[in-house]
Ligand binder design. Structure first.
Ligand code: FAD
Length: 283
């Protein structure tokens, strides 16, 4: 497989840097081809602004959505953005790796998404009508590919459980998993999360590295998070609300958008298992 790893940490000698090297070494040992986008090392420009649209007249008002659409269609996006789009089209698997900063990705990585996920490429794809609301959420330019996060967090795993004060990690990562990766079509694998990262001691590194190697070895066989597909009948168009009765009794929140019910969470790597895949109309 071809794997693109997008890395967002300013320090190559960091824990993240070490884990990145572990992941790449394991992927290559498995015979996969790996490309790296190292955002800090590449001095990635993170903000969307006028300079992103060189074909726009100097005095023209910048309307980011329209400018992105026009530039993508005309092939006038900047070279750095075009190169990242080419890598995304090349890769079978996309891995985003970052430390959790203020409950989400570092700004440089968000800026990579903002600039690279252009209109016509990652959004604004497909027919928008009374019958269909575009090719997104499981369909789109990147459908058929897989994506996964590698995240380090200072907090404890318990802090990120359903009763934990930080909120469940599934909910915190939902905007990335569902809103950024599933939206343009990726099948999203459960994340690799390293908790209590700041307190890691030498003895803790190898077990962590081995857990990551295992995830790299199973990239092809790991079941994706079973998000509902937009155009498979579960949602009303055009309100895009989940049809009544598809949820489990009393269920609210982000988990509505996953097929089946979650098991209780004894093991982080099994938290996406389904109780009953057949409970869903499109399982
Ligand atoms: P590093 O600082 O590089 O290393 C962490 C520890 O691992 C150090 O003790 C280091 O000695 C050790 N280590 C590194 N490499 C090795 C090795 N090879 N072998 C053994 N030990 C090693 N956390 C949250 O949970 N939620 C948040 O919302 C959040 N927000 C943050 C916001 C900001 C702006 C910042 C700076 C931090 C935030 N954190 C938060 C904490 C953050 O997630 C962690 O600091 C980060 O994940 C640690 O990863 P790192 O690569 O930077 O680790």
């Amino acid at each position: 497989m071809k794997v693109l790893l997008v890395f967002a940490h300013p320090e190559p000698r960091s824990l993240n840097g070490r884990l990145r090297d572990v992941a790449i070494a394991e992927l290559e040992a498995q015979g996969h081809e790996v490309r790296l986008s190292d955002l800090y090392a590449d001095n990635w420009k993170s903000e969307v602004d006028q300079a992103d649209f060189p074909a726009l007249e100097a005095e023209a008002r910048l309307m980011p959505v329209q400018a992105s659409k026009k530039a993508f269609e005309a092939g006038t996006l900047t070279d750095d953005v075009k190169a990242e789009i080419e890598k995304l089209l090349w890769a079978d698997v996309l891995i985003l790796q970052f430390p959790l900063w203020w409950f989400t990705m570092p700004a440089i990585l968000k800026g990579w998404v903002d600039r690279v996920f252009a209109y016509g490429f990652a959004y604004g794809v497909g027919e928008h009508s009374e019958r269909r609301w575009g090719d997104r959420y499981g369909e789109g330019s990147l459908a058929g590919k897989r994506a996964m996060l590698i995240v380090t967090a200072g907090g404890w795993e318990e802090h990120y459980t359903p009763r934990g004060i930080n909120g469940p990690i599934d909910d915190l990562l939902f905007p990335i998993h569902h809103g950024i990766l599933y939206y343009p079509g990726y099948d999203v694998l459960p994340p690799f999360v390293a908790y209590r990262a700041d307190g890691l001691k030498e003895a803790g590194f190898e077990p962590l590295a081995e857990r990551l190697r295992d995830r790299m070895r199973t990239l092809q066989s790991t079941s994706p998070i079973p998000y509902r597909r937009q155009n498979a009948g579960d949602y009303l168009i055009p309100t895009m609300q989940l049809r009544a009765g598809l949820e489990t009794l009393g269920e609210t929140g982000f988990s509505l958008h996953r097929r089946g019910r979650r098991l209780s969470l004894p093991d982080p790597d099994s938290r996406y298992s389904l109780v009953s895949p057949s409970a869903s109309r499109n399982a």
